[in-house]
Design a protein around this ligand. Structure first.
Ligand code: ZN
Length: 120
């Protein structure tokens, strides 16, 4: 498991993922299966209670706290999904506001949380 702090941390793993081109299968939001040298590994991306973004992979490297290319590959999908979910929520809130003009856009906060895995 490692804590995701920024994109720099992932550079090497992303480079390797681009070379190896592992297969990433979507299980559910935050949970992916990534093909590796010894079959599939499960990668779990989540935000801990104290706000840290953590990434877990079942491979040996990740056990030692290394940023593996499985994690990088899964994250690229996860980030794209988080963005899409965010965009969808924004649309929904805009729609809600049109239909209920006196409703405060409280959905905004929720949106931030959904898209929390953004890497900038
Ligand atoms: Zn891994």
């Amino acid at each position: 498991m490692f804590i995701l702090k920024g994109i720099e941390q992932l550079e090497k793993a992303i480079a390797k993922a681009k070379k190896v081109r592992p297969r990433v299968e979507f299980d559910r939001f935050g949970r992916y299966r990534v093909s590796g040298s010894k079959g599939y590994y499960t990668v779990i991306c989540r935000k801990s209670d104290n706000g840290y973004k953590t990434v877990d992979c079942t491979c040996k490297g990740a056990e030692k706290g290394l940023v593996c290319y499985h994690a990088a590959a899964a994250l690229s999908l996860h980030v794209a999904l988080a963005r899409r979910e965010r965009a969808a929520s924004v649309e929904a809130s805009a729609d809600e506001m049109n239909n209920a003009p006196y409703l405060k856009p409280t959905v905004e906060r929720l949106v931030e949380r959904v898209g929390g895995i953004r890497i900038n």
